[in-house]
Design a protein around this ligand. Sequence first.
Ligand SMILES: C[S@@+](CC[C@H](N)C(=O)[O-])C[C@H]1O[C@@H](n2cnc3c(N)ncnc32)[C@H](O)[C@@H]1O
Length: 243
Amino acid sequence: MILLPAADAAFLLPEELTMLMGVGVEIVPELPRRGPSTLALTRYPDGLWGLHDPSVKRGAVLKPDFMDGTMERRVRMTWHMHEPLRNALGATKSQHWTVLDATCGLGTDAWMMAAWGHQVRAYERHPLLAWLLQGAWQAAGAPASVDLRAGDAQACTDRFQVVYLDPMYPESKKSALPSGELQLLRRLLEGDEPPDNLLDWALGCATMKVVVKRPKRAETLPYSRGPSFVVEEQSTRYDVYVP
Ligand SMILES: C[S@@+](CC[C@H](N)C(=O)[O-])C[C@H]1O[C@@H](n2cnc3c(N)ncnc32)[C@H](O)[C@@H]1O
């Protein structure tokens, strides 16, 4: 269950409320100040929406935001330093691919790929996350080079030069607790596991390559062969498959 304060619900259209009820959102007069851990959806003064756990004081917020300057700084930095995703895509400054981001999540990677000049179609299948993302995207003046869609990418039959996959990481017992934001994402997407045929499907959609983001020591996604090559950084690995 995800709590939504009535005062914030008043900002929503009936169809938005219907979608939110469908994913377990419940309107409450006010958020509880203490009590068991739960998720809450609230509207922030900048007009964007986010998820947090009201039982945690000054806890993390899961709030896609493309206006606070963070993405702009990240994109600027990637032109001057080793950027493994850009290397995995393998395009020079003047080469631009059509990219299907099949696991859009908080949209950070889709935004970066668009900023590097690629034409990106991005799918997010969790309706609440897709809605948060679309709100943040529009508020930031949605770049025309990204076609953001709510729904399951695996229903898409179009072909793209590159298919990008970043499925939820397997939970590691050894690693430190993930960041607060990632913990909230895990709670929202509980049980979200990539299906065994994900890579097989992606290779059928890609004319040039499939790029899969994985934690450095995680297994490759199930497929009959290993990646054609791998680009690594400190904690992340990009497995590149050429069809
Ligand atoms: C780890 S997150 C991706 C993070 C993302 N790369 C970013 O930059 O924020 C994985 C996301 O993929 C979504 N997802 C997984 N399978 C999907 C599918 N078949 N179609 C659309 N979205 C999918 C999940 O709902 C989840 O939000």
